[in-house]
Design a protein around this ligand. Structure first.
Ligand code: PEP
Ligand code: MN
Length: 447
């Protein structure tokens, strides 16, 4: 801490500051300049002299160390890895996907979702038992019976579960059924609850308050840590800003800022962060890119009929697509479920290898067919001559319609249309490339 004295502060005023500092067991280093004097204050409990700014002759007091100790990276340079059941979050544990419905609604909904998200690669299952809703008339959650359903889902899938605890009196019941206690955004400032989860043996997922600064959020974490629970995971879930296009403004810069300030793992919730299904995927990828340790994502078997947060919940298929993308970009690195956890029997592995070999054969034939098609497209262009751009939209449409109405099979007409649009586009690209080369042989190869 640095105390800056006013220009012209008297010797007595400077001596008084030094006296107060030393009286509280801290050290004062006085540095007298030509214009003004500054006093460095050193010691472990600087809060004891937080009133120095009120002394006569003092201009300002600047804190240079963080007000949170246990959460700060200064006091704990090694990053923390938090265990949630058997899953590690943070410090090189890989991107951990936590997924499930906003609220537990029924046994069937919960089990179906649990199996699906596990199959797609989620490592932790979410499900709200108590829902702190803005309106008292909205669905408030199933309450305690939901905890038993979460336990059942854990037993069936092996996934540890996270659920929100809204009152200190519930901590005991949650300890019994839940692997990760969530403190919601609306409760980030509920210091009684923070102290109560601080006495739990289970890790805590601490969401950022709707209008909390990063420092306030870390001080909330400090409540949990200083109550004896070292296992805190922070969750950025968007903050209130003037922007109304999204439900909240997902503050992704909080991730690298927190990395600089704390050793605690950081999870991002793009569902509450955006409030819109179509934005969840892009912001999930962005969160992974800025270095989040995990993602918390709402998934529902029937989003339009969800009892809460349907607009921001992904369908099973949408969640599957997002997981594929996270794997493609290598944010999620674990192998297919058969390679991790439950191994497929050896015979089944043999069958899979044989089928994959057949797929490789089909892919080889597809490549040859695509090249054959492109050669024909180039011949068409040569016959037509260089003066025509040759784009026949009507024929292209016919071709796509024919492709889309092809033999019945697992691919839908929309999916076949996607594939053939790409085929048409690359054929056109090859035609254009050849036309450019024929027109200007000297500049072949240049774009
Ligand atoms: C939730 O995750 O279920 C939830 C209510 O989120 P938040 O506290 O971030 O609004
Ligand atoms: Mn929700």
């Amino acid at each position: 801490m640095i105390v800056v004295m006013r220009p012209g502060a008297t010797r007595e005023q400077i001596a008084q500051v030094r006296h107060v500092v030393e009286e509280h067991g801290l050290e004062a280093f006085v540095s007298e300049g030509e214009e003004r004097t500054v006093i460095g204050v050193v010691g472990t409990d600087l809060d004891r002299v937080s009133h120095l700014g009120t002394l006569e002759g003092v201009e300002q007091v600047v804190r240079i160390t963080q007000p949170y100790k246990l959460a700060s990276i200064e006091h704990h340079p090694e990053r923390t890895r938090v265990r949630v059941g058997e899953v590690s979050v943070g410090n090189g544990g890989g991107l951990v996907i936590m997924a499930g419905p906003c609220a537990v609604e029924s046994r069937e909904q919960m089990l179906q979702t649990a199996h699906w998200v596990r199959r797609e690669g989620a490592r932790v299952l979410r499900g709200g038992a108590f829902k702190p809703r803005s309106s008292p008339y909205s669905f408030q959650g199933m309450g305690l019976p939901a905890l038993a359903l979460l336990s059942e889902a854990r037993a069936e899938t092996g996934l540890p579960v996270v659920s929100e605890v809204v009152d200190a009196s519930q901590v005991e019941a949650f300890d019994e059924h839940v692997d990760l206690l969530q403190v919601g955004a609306r409760n980030m400032h509920n210091f009684v609850l923070l102290r109560a989860v601080g006495q739990s043996s289970k890790p805590v997922l601490l969401k950022r308050g709707l209008s909390a600064t990063i420092d306030e959020w870390l001080l909330a974490a400090e409540y949990v840590l200083s109550s004896g629970n070292p296992n805190v995971i922070l969750c950025e879930r968007g903050i209130r800003t003037f922007e109304t296009a999204t439900r909240n403004t997902l503050d992704l810069s909080a991730v690298p800022v927190l990395r600089r300030q704390t050793h605690l793992p950081i999870v991002v919730d793009p569902s509450h962060g955006t409030g819109q299904r179509s934005l969840v995927g892009p912001m999930a990828l962005a969160a992974a890119a800025v270095g989040a340790d995990g993602l918390l994502i709402e998934v529902h078997p029937d989003p339009p009929n969800a009892k809460s947060d349907g607009d921001q919940s992904l369908s099973f298929a949408e969640f599957g697509d997002l997981m594929d993308e996270l794997r493609r970009l290598q944010f999620v690195r674990e192998g297919a479920p058969a390679d991790s956890g439950q191994r497929a029997p050896a015979a089944a592995n043999g069958d899979v290898a044989a089928l994959r070999q057949q797929i490789d054969g089909v892919d080889g034939r597809l490549v040859a067919l695509l090249q054959e098609r492109a050669v024909l497209a180039l011949q068409v262009q040569r016959v037509r001559g260089l003066d025509s751009h040759g784009h026949d939209v009507a024929r292209e449409r016919e071709l796509l319609e024919r492709a889309a109405s092809g033999d019945a099979g697992p691919l839908t007409p929309e999916e076949l249309t996607t594939v053939f649009s790409a085929v048409v586009r690359v054929s056109r690209a090859a035609q254009r490339r050849e036309a450019a080369a024929d027109e200007a042989p000297g500049i072949e190869g240049r774009a």
